[in-house]
Design a protein around this ligand. Structure first.
Ligand code: CS2
Length: 483
């Protein structure tokens, strides 16, 4: 299932599939596909993956044209290592025709559905756990339940087929960076089903398992260098090649009533409760990533490693990790200081070209769990709030700057955020920090009420935003790092 630095035999056998994966982007190929390959190599099992792409058709055509075998390049300090992964059996483009996706979901051989679609594709309100009826895919799928296009619609249609055929449901595993991702998805799926078929909703509640997971592997977008390295290392032209860091982690709640691959053979950690791990990762890794992304964009750093090579910047990030760690409960066997120090090393990896612009996208989807949730748990007057306030201020400054710099008609695309129109409206012509804060803090359902009502939080963000808008980026980094 995995072969080092060489081309693997084509895998035309599709009779052994056990998993449907929704969202076959680079992260899936560098993470779950690798764990599943390792599991089958070590322990066997009929667990090959049918990959579904919700929107893109290109990756589906590329993968199918090469029997779904693809290259994963690990960027080690002593040079790249490549392996060819053969756990994927075929790829389907749901946007062309959803029927084969629903057929796969109805197949009794499929026992697990794993998901990496990014935060914005869920269409579930984080607070109430109910569906966002205005989310474009949710809206479409509630009106057309037999021809769904989005995540919730497809899952519910697949479960409905199984219930009708008397087949046990698959286990559903969200692998996106959302807090309590299993619970959130369970609530969303149940609510979506309730709106179309209350019996189905009850059956899902009683029978479907949604283990939460924490996934971790820094996977920058592939570039021309990824593809030329893949060719050099494997001798094969592979437009589906991905590159990633050597580190990889997958913590999974062990709740798989209809079985699972021996993912532990690939290093996965199976636990009873994933929440503390997820919190640690979202707050320390992803929260710092967002801080690096927005401050890095303002300071002119293209890559995470460039920002981390600046000592003041690295000190600022270390300070943020310390602040984030203050919001966590002790976790057996985990030393947060060591976890933070290891993260700094990973962020510094000179071999990884991780663009700050890539991490900066979809801020409205990412900041709630990375910044707002931990900030809400700190006392109102805590000095530790400073780096959280800075991250939000930097996001606001980046949004303001991008809209100011946009050519007519371009701003929406440049913001790279699902709420771009609302952000542009809220920014209006405001150029002063208080008005920008007040506009953006009021985006409906975004900032928790506790922060919205806190004048010390508002003051802390506005103070930082004013200096950032005045172009004082380097001084801000230096000052904040030393506080
Ligand atoms: C990043 C993550 O783009 C982002 O928002 O913070 O994709 C991060 O690289 C992964 O979660 C690492 O596991």
């Amino acid at each position: 299932m995995i072969s080092d630095n060489s081309a693997a035999a084509p895998n035309t056998d599709t009779t052994t599939t056990g998993i449907v994966h929704i969202g076959i982007g680079a992260f899936h190929r560098a993470h779950q596909a690798v764990y599943t390959a390792a599991a089958m190599q070590a322990k066997g099992g009929n667990w090959r993956i049918i990959g579904v792409s919700l929107r893109s058709t290109d990756i589906v055509d590329v993968l199918n044209a090469q029997d779904c075998v693809f290259t994963v390049i690990e960027r080690h300090p002593d040079g790249p290592k490549a392996c060819r992964i053969t756990s994927l059996s075929k790829a389907i483009a749901a946007s062309r025709d959803v029927a084969p996706v629903l057929d796969a979901l109805a197949d009794p051989a499929i026992r697990i559905v794993t998901i990496t679609v990014t935060e914005k594709a869920y269409g579930i309100d984080r607070v109430s756990g109910t569906v966002q009826a205005e989310h474009p895919a949710v809206k479409h799928d509630l009106a057309n339940p037999a021809k769904p296009t989005g995540l919730l619609g497809i899952l519910v249609a697949g479960l409905k087929r199984r219930k009708q055929a008397g087949i046990r449901p698959f286990t559903i595993v969200s692998c996106d960076n959302l807090p309590s991702n299993g619970v959130l998805l369970r609530n969303g799926v149940i609510d979506f089903a309730k709106r179309s078929d209350p019996h189905l909703s009850g059956w899902i509640k009683d029978n479907v398992s949604f283990p939460s997971t924490m996934v971790d592997r820094i996977t920058p977008a592939a570039t021309a260098t990824t593809l030329s390295d893949a060719r050099r290392l494997t001798g094969v032209d592979d437009p589906a090649a991905v590159e990633t860091e050597p580190f990889s982690q997958w913590v999974i709640e062990d709740d798989f009533p209809v079985g699972r691959p021996a993912w532990e053979a690939g290093g996965a950690i199976l636990v009873d409760n994933v929440e503390p791990y997820e919190r640690m990762k979202l707050r320390m890794l992803n929260g710092s990533h967002s801080l690096i992304a927005y401050m890095g964009q303002l300071a002119g750093y293209r890559y995470v490693r460039d920002a981390m090579a600046d000592d003041d910047f690295a000190r600022l990030v270390a300070r943020h990790m310390k602040n984030a760690a203050m919001t966590m409960v002790q976790l057996n066997g985990i030393d947060f200081a060591q976890y933070g120090a290891d993260l700094v090393k990973r962020f510094r990896n000179p071999e990884i070209d991780h663009e700050t612009r890539q991490i900066a996208m979809d801020g409205t989807e990412k900041l709630p769990q990375r910044i707002f949730a931990p900030a809400s748990e700190l006392p109102d007057e805590s000095p530790a709030l400073g780096t959280f306030a800075l991250c939000l201020a930097a996001w606001m400054a980046v949004m303001r700057q991008r809209v100011n710099d946009a050519k007519p008609g371009q701003a929406t695309e440049l913001l790279n955020d699902p709420r771009d129109d609302e952000i542009i409206d809220a920014l209006g012509d405001h150029q002063d920090a208080a008005a920008i804060y007040d506009g953006l803090a009021m985006l409906p359902g975004w900032m928790p009420a506790q922060l919205q009502g806190s004048s010390s939080w508002r003051d802390a963000v506005i103070a930082r935003l004013s200096v950032l808008l005045a172009g004082e980026v380097d001084n801000t980094i230096k000052n904040e790092a030393c506080l």
